[in-house]
Design a protein around this ligand. Structure first.
Ligand SMILES: Cc1ncc(COP(=O)(O)O)c(C=O)c1O
Length: 393
């Protein structure tokens, strides 16, 4: 189409896109072909990936893939409808039971993504008469769920539980108080103080929702998540998780009491009005949970990779780095500087895209480096050499 035929709305949108480009914030989807859990080809160029959330490498594990294939042979490619319409397959029911037991909760409910789980849970549990108190660094899906609920939203500075308490205290006269936090923060890799969150929830009679998207499969001896082994499981009202990160597939879930799950089944619109996950996806996730729970060697490899990276980085990275989880942010601040660093790494065969606002707060653009059990020590050494060279380029 010639430029003169461009519609009014496209002209307006192009101006906005130009502004994004000028600010170093323009985003593009690149074509990649994954060749293993941590390798891909882009335009024929082989790349080592340090940017995914496949923390245990389960998306490519032969047992998980076989479970997917077998179920697809039996059940086809899709669920056909929402489960309240066409019923629940044995694959859905079995996975929910397993997730509930793994998370030490009475019941669990599957959603078609982690995003939909957060939006559905929060908008079902809060309304106009309620207040939602949340950590400033909560994921977009938590923010969107809170906005959709029409509740009053109050945000406390990241992990500042004194301010959190203040907001809960001031929220005393609302019908209901929801307290929401991630467990492992997705862009910073640090961990919430879940003991303190439970204490505050109990003191102010709030409903505590923890998004364990990045803790599930990674944290705790059996990968149950951040509250694994703390004895706090029974005191958290809803644990949200995803099947799309350490479990290597797609989908989300909420685990809680039987009553909570019945309520969400009746009230969470993103469950009621969305087509269910394909049974084959559930079969793969079931196998992935079994492996995440029983195969401790996978998690040991991941943590040994984390230690290797920490040791290597501490030799030359100027700012202090604490590697608590497989998410390690290398903060540049300026979006253009982060994009430049990402480009330089790309030239060295490493993919870590720059993460820029609005995904992270203004002035904190970064490379979000992530590790997997599927990385070898040689892969990490290659990464360390490339990061070290950035400083000299
Ligand atoms: C903390 C957190 N919650 C929820 C989600 C959404 O999960 P999913 O990708 O399964 O939709 C993400 C994904 O980026 C996340 O990081």
């Amino acid at each position: 189409m010639s430029k003169s035929n461009i519609s009014y709305i496209d002209k307006v949108l192009e101006r906005d896109l130009d502004a994004l480009s000028q600010a170093g914030l323009f985003r593009e989807i690149r074509n990649t072909q994954r060749t293993s859990a941590v390798r891909a080809k882009m335009n024929g160029t082989p790349l080592l990936l340090f940017c995914g959330n496949d923390y245990l490498g389960l998306s490519q594990h032969s047992r998980v893939v076989r479970a997917f294939q077998n179920a697809a042979e039996r059940c086809g490619t899709g669920a056909g409808a929402a489960r309240l319409i066409s019923g629940s397959s044995p694959e859905h029911t079995r996975l929910e039971k397993k997730l509930a037991a793994w998370k030490r909760k009475e019941a669990a409910l599957l959603f078609s993504s982690g995003y939909l789980a957060n939006v559905g849970v929060i908008s079902a549990l809060a309304g106009k008469e309620d207040i939602i108190v949340m950590d400033k660094l909560c994921h977009a899906s938590i923010i969107d769920g809170a906005r959709l609920s029409q509740a009053t939203i109050r945000v406390f500075p990241h992990k500042n539980y004194v301010r959190c308490e203040d907001l809960l205290k001031r929220g005393k006269n609302f019908r209901r108080r929801l307290l929401v936090s991630e467990t492992v923060f997705s862009m910073d890799g640090d961990i919430a103080d879940t003991g303190e969150l439970v204490r505050l929830k109990e003191k102010y009679a709030a409903v505590l929702i923890l998004d364990d998207a990045h803790g599930t499969g990674v944290m705790g001896a059996e990968g149950r998540g951040v509250v694994d082994g703390t004895g706090l499981e029974g005191r958290v009202d809803v644990i949200v998780g995803t099947l799309s990160k350490a479990l290597g597939g797609l989908g989300g879930f909420a685990a809680g009491s039987q009553t909570m799950v019945s309520y969400l089944t009746n009230r969470a619109r993103t469950f009621i009005f969305a087509t269910a996950l394909p049974p084959a996806v559930c079969a793969a996730a079931y196998e992935a949970v079994m492996m995440a729970e029983k195969n401790r060697a996978l998690r040991q490899k991941l943590f040994s990779n984390m230690r290797h990276l920490q040791e290597g980085l501490s030799r030359f990275w100027k700012r202090p780095i604490t590697v608590e989880t497989p998410i390690i942010p290398l903060i540049y601040g300026d979006a253009q500087a982060a994009v430049k660093a990402a480009r330089q790494l790309y030239k060295k065969g490493i993919l870590i895209p720059a993460i820029r606002p609005p995904t992270v707060p203004k002035g904190t653009a970064r490379l979000r480096l992530t590790l997997s059990a599927a990385h070898s020590v040689e892969d990490i050494d290659q990464l360390l050499r490339a990061i070290k060279a950035l400083g000299n380029d």
